[in-house]
Design a protein around this ligand. Structure first.
Ligand code: SF4
Ligand code: SF4
Length: 92
């Protein structure tokens, strides 16, 4: 079982140093997780360290493909409010 990093990664390096398994590496586009090395932090930490420190919502997915930090979880802004605001900005 392994986590994965998707395209919304902003290459901030925050997750790189906190991984106890050295599973995170920089690829040409963005950081990625080597599924052969990722242990989901089991045995080391109660929570996946990469997802705990990642500042971008929906960027780190669990083994089932679900975002560990879903939209609104870090900002506290409900997704529908965020959509309203983005729609308003784009309409300017
Ligand atoms: S879940 Fe843990 S072991 Fe897997 S990549 Fe993230 S920090 Fe590393
Ligand atoms: S912490 Fe998140 S945004 Fe930063 S490099 Fe890791 S996956 Fe990308």
């Amino acid at each position: 079982m392994a986590l994965s990093i998707v395209d919304s990664c902003v290459n901030c390096w925050a997750c790189y140093d906190v991984c106890p398994s050295n599973a995170i590496y920089q690829s040409s586009a963005h950081f990625k997780i080597n599924p052969k090395k990722c242990t989901e932090c089991e045995g080391d930490y109660a929570h996946p360290q990469c997802a705990s420190i990642c500042p971008i919502e929906e960027t780190i997915l669990d083994a089932a493909g679900e975002a560990i930090n879903p939209l609104g979880s870090l900002t506290g802004i409900p997704p529908e409010k965020m959509k309203e605001a983005m729609d308003e900005i784009q309409a300017r």
